[in-house]
Ligand binder design. Sequence first.
Ligand SMILES: Cc1cc2nc3c(=O)[nH]c(=O)nc-3n(C[C@H](O)[C@H](O)[C@H](O)COP(=O)(O)OP(=O)(O)OC[C@H]3O[C@@H](n4cnc5c(N)ncnc54)[C@H](O)[C@@H]3O)c2cc1C
Length: 589
Amino acid sequence: MAGTVELVIPDLGDFQDVEVIEILVAPGDTVAIEDSLVTLETDKATMDVPASHAGTVVSVNVATGAKVNAGDAVVTIEASEVAEAVDVGEKTIVIEPEEQAAILAEVAKVAEAADVVKEPLPDTTHFAELVVIGAGPGGYTAAFRAADLGMKVILIERWPTLGGVCLNVGCIPSKALLHAAKVIDDAEAMAEHGVKFGKPEIDAAALRGWKDKVVGRLTGGLTQLAKQRKVQVIHGTAAFASSHHLELDSGETVGFEKCIIAAGSEPAMLPGLPNDPRIVDSTGALELDPVPARLLVIGGGIIGLEMACVYSSLGSAVTVVELTDALMPGTDRDLVRPFQKIVAKRYEKILLGTKVSGIQATTAGLDVLFEGKDGNIAETFDKVLVSIGRRANGDKVAAEKAGVTVDERGNIPVDKHMQTNVPHIFAIGDLAGGPMLAHKATHEAKVAAEVAAGEQSAFDARSIPSVAYTDPEIAWVGLTETEAKEEGVSYEKAAFPWAASGRALSLGRDEGFTKLLFDKQTGRVLGGGIVGPSAGDLIAEVGLALEMGADATDISLTIHPHPTLSETVAFAAEAFDGTLTDLYIPKKK
Ligand SMILES: Cc1cc2nc3c(=O)[nH]c(=O)nc-3n(C[C@H](O)[C@H](O)[C@H](O)COP(=O)(O)OP(=O)(O)OC[C@H]3O[C@@H](n4cnc5c(N)ncnc54)[C@H](O)[C@@H]3O)c2cc1C
């Protein structure tokens, strides 16, 4: 159904008689939904009015300088061919013909999952409306959310404690050790500024004890939370026996109406390495047993570099070897540079573009052979951490017996409702594809639980932040410059160097910077990156700006407390707006 549609000024909040400062379309132009039509300016900000329909512009009904209010028709268009217009009160939603089939298929799939045909079930030891396999951040979040929505839930975990990799052997213990490392480094750095401490005495057993206590408090807390919600926790290793029941290694069986697979991932190991306790993965490295004189970290990704930071601060001479020619491959080079400059001085060696071609274990140590651009070298280490990535556990739960598709990398493909190809079975977290991050797992978990409980829900986050909790921290969210260049996305960058931040200088840390990427036309935030202490906390504001569709002015007019590192985000936005006074940036000609 085509026809003439008047595109009107949307709700302008408290503003009235707002001036049109620019007309962005002309008769004959084709506009898509969300394309900007005109620009308005109030005494506080400028804003673009987006098109609510797609079509061809017939006439522009306002001129520059005109004063407009909500509801005024600014542009008339001949709407594109549409199949149907659904009137939902004040707003008319137009559904394009090609969208209709996809929407109907989605609706059918959600309806099927919400109302699973109850097949005759085998006589199982336990039964629940929803069974969750794995109690990591994905699994426990899904179980708790589903219980809060009134479902009877069983949570199955093979380990003795809840919390998965994140709480037991991942995010939390590594951050506890990184905190210890930072205290050591900060104390040492103050020597230059008149506060001198003695050389730290490292009691690795006590440090391990403290880290374990932190983990214990959190995992114990989860057990309490499960009890409070009446989530039944069963400890055991689960595998599918059919599309409606699981078998546990204890021989017990668990029947379900719906199931969420949240079995996570495991460290990948280099093949052909000797079986020697001095060769560890990240879980072994967190044990600090012992802190070696010489440590080799194989893999220059985030997890390896975080552990390298810890061991270096605790006194190990660290070498990092990375197959590609960059640390943290894929991360914007300018963000990694300040970190790399610091660790290049601290670490014994950083070997880029280099492969480990063999390790031999002797009583004296681990003899490692490297193959690099400059030929082969051999070195001996006291400990080797293999940190070359993680592998999804999708192929470890006999998913095929439930008819669930698993790819060759152990991932289980899902749609935006976190449903697998079998609609009453969901997959979330590390085994559902995408970045292996706890905050991604928890968000997916809520979606899966809500859909399982019959609610409308979908994973539609615009971005998932990434953080390396190294020193300095490196964090980014949304579009990166690397991606923008690869995909030919046009953007404008604004950056604020921390050397001009009072707070950064008073922390003795001027190496960092904050950069924001903006859409050239709309000024909206496309992404951002921060390097410096607390970058991981600071990036949350950029993530919020992205989700809210904020532009530079929204950020720069938000009053940030002084003196804080958070100001650097506002200053980067001011740099884009041309209102920055804390630095002199010559005007573009
Ligand atoms: C050293 C390290 C540091 C990390 N730091 C961070 C960080 O700072 N920030 C961040 O976001 N992410 C970090 N991660 C990644 C993060 O830990 C994972 O992304 C997150 O734990 C994934 O959650 P999940 O629920 O998908 O799976 P997991 O946490 O892996 O949990 C899966 C659970 O399922 C259980 N399980 C598996 N198979 C079965 C089965 N068949 N039956 C019963 N139970 C089963 C496992 O025992 C486990 O408890 C780190 C990881 C490591 C290793």
